[in-house]
Design a protein around this ligand. Structure first.
Ligand code: NOJ
Length: 511
């Protein structure tokens, strides 16, 4: 590894560019946190060991192996349940400040409820957390990352109003046990993927009526848990609680009134629906989304809108219920009004937008993911303008490839996105940290191991799931040390064009 690193340094000096067309060197400040992320189902394995019960993803992948690329599943995955010490060793090799991982609800409460607390499950996470803290790596813990206990899904999962209490019970068990050690908590990962894109209930995949009900209760569950921490744990333990939202940028395909409207509509349905109740001045769902769904519902002969309303108390509970915005950002989409008819009622029909990518954008291994670094800058600036500069933590960003360790494309993408982020910081974003997805290759849901996001490659055919660092892992280490993404291996074609930046609304501080 040292030899590879030396070669890389030599390479990097011969390729060195500044990240920007104005040749200014921009650096992340000391105190800015660099980390990597994973999630329980995607890495742990041990799906039925030590008291763990079945999650929706266990049920689904066992019943429909044919739906998963290469028929892999989370039964063993990266085997992190048994190999977490190796994971921590890798984190130390990278030199990260924090590690974002998720807890499997099914390991902690096998029935889904708090009637039975599984000590062995708690001990696994305790060991992991202690191992991290031993090396001064901050744990950032996600409570729910798509793996709902099947027992609760059978009762309606996120569409059952009682889930708000069940989630609170589960969170309390974790806060009671770990609040003294864990300072960063994330309640829910990507509610839009859960409620609209079929990750929360993979067996059903496309929901017809439950999507907005799910949105309501998943947000309320988040808020309830935020308040629980705020009222009972915060003053003593001084941690912070956020939520991770799926915030890809959406631009008009080209500048026409219709496309501008389509882009704005898509942002309201995909971002505003989750951001507004928590961060907007008046709380509640965005007016635009409320009125579109209400009108459609009326036309469909329904008495009430398919988007449930929020009561005054619920609006109050939700408003301000996050210490930071966890932003998962991967790509940018370009919007035009929908070309095809969608079945009605459906989310796609309500949205009425067709999303595509720029024809010239470089493609990853995932059909939905193309390179457009400026999008992360625009997303940050837009959030500042709409929601008055919330503190932001990038809780995921990454790039997929096939197998192989010379992942120069991932390196270029990583450095370009980090450079764009520094520009957002310069224009006022309160950015606390950046988290690369992912520490290592893992089970990419239905895409199995066909789309690999790891800074470490995992050999899924080896008994010990051998992990070997990729070029991107070495470059990330270098960036963490230098705090300067333009100082790594960044081809000049990826430079960030500073003249494209949007007008600054407010300059918070000089870098
Ligand atoms: C977001 C999800 O949180 C994560 O589970 C997934 O693997 C990555 N995106 C990449 O698709």
């Amino acid at each position: 590894m040292n030899l590879v690193f030396i070669i890389l340094c030599v390479l990097s000096t011969s390729h060195v560019t500044y990240g920007y067309t104005d040749n200014k060197v921009r650096r992340f400040k000391d105190g800015f946190m660099f980390g990597v992320a994973t999630s329980a189902y995607q890495i742990e394995g041990a799906w039925n060991e030590d008291g763990k019960s079945e999650s929706v993803w266990d049920r689904y992948t066992h019943a429909h192996p044919e739906d998963i690329a290469d028929r892999i599943n989370g039964d063993v995955a990266c085997d992190s349940y048994h190999r977490y010490k190796r994971d921590v060793q890798m984190l130390r090799e990278l030199g990260v400040d924090h590690y974002r991982f998720s807890v499997a609800w099914t390991r902690i409460l096998p029935t889904g409820f708090k009637d039975e607390i599984n000590e062995e499950g708690l001990r696994y996470y305790e060991n992991l957390i202690d191992e991290l803290l031993k090396y001064n790596i901050q744990p950032m813990v996600t409570l729910y990352h798509f793996d709902m206990p099947q027992s609760l899904q059978d009762l309606g999962g996120w569409t059952n109003p009682l889930i708000v209490n069940w989630f609170e019970d589960y969170a309390r068990v974790l806060f009671d046990r770990f609040a003294s050690k864990v300072k960063y908590w994330i309640t829910i990962n990507q509610p839009s993927s859960v409620c609209v894109d079929g990750f929360g209930d993979p067996a059903l995949n496309v929901k017809e009526n439950g999507d907005y009900t799910c949105v309501k209760y998943i947000l309320l569950a988040h808020a309830k848990v935020y308040r629980l921490y705020e009222n009972q744990f915060k003053s003593k333990h001084k941690g912070s609680v956020g939520i991770s939202l799926d915030i890809n940028w959406i631009d008009p395909y080209n500048k026409t009134t219709e496309n501008d409207e389509a882009a704005e509509r898509a942002r309201s349905f995909k971002i505003g629906l989750y951001m507004n109740p928590i961060w907007s001045k008046h709380g509640d769902f965005p007016d635009k989304v409320k009125s579109i769904i209400a009108k459609k519902s009326e036309k469909q002969g329904l008495e009430q809108s398919r988007l449930p309303s929020l009561s005054a108390d619920e609006i109050k509970l939700l408003k301000g219920s996050a210490d930071f915005l966890g932003m998962n950002h991967y790509t940018t989409f370009l919007a035009t009004p929908a070309r095809d008819e969608h079945k009605s009622p459906s989310f796609a029909d309500d949205l009425g937008v067709h999303l595509t990518h720029g024809a010239e954008w470089i493609a990853s291994k995932s059909p939905w993911l193309k390179n457009a670094p400026y999008g992360i800058y625009k997303a940050c600036v837009n959030i500042n303008q709409e929601y008055d500069y919330p503190p932001v933590f990038i809780t995921e960003h990454g790039w997929s490839t096939g197998p192989g360790r010379r992942d120069t494309r991932r390196v270029a993408v990583l450095t370009a996105y980090l450079a764009a982020l520094l520009l957002a910081v310069e224009d006022g974003t309160e950015l606390k940290g950046y988290t690369a997805w992912s520490l290592m290759d893992n089970v990419e849901w239905r895409a199995g191991t066909s789309e690999r996001f790891g800074l470490y490659e995992v050999d899924f055919d080896s008994a010990n799931r051998t992990r070997l660092v990729r070029t991107s892992g070495l470059v990330y280490k270098h960036i963490i040390e230098s705090r300067d993404p333009g100082d790594g291996w960044m081809p000049s074609s990826y430079r960030i064009n500073v003249s494209d930046r949007l007008q600054k609304r407010e300059v918070r501080e000089e870098l």
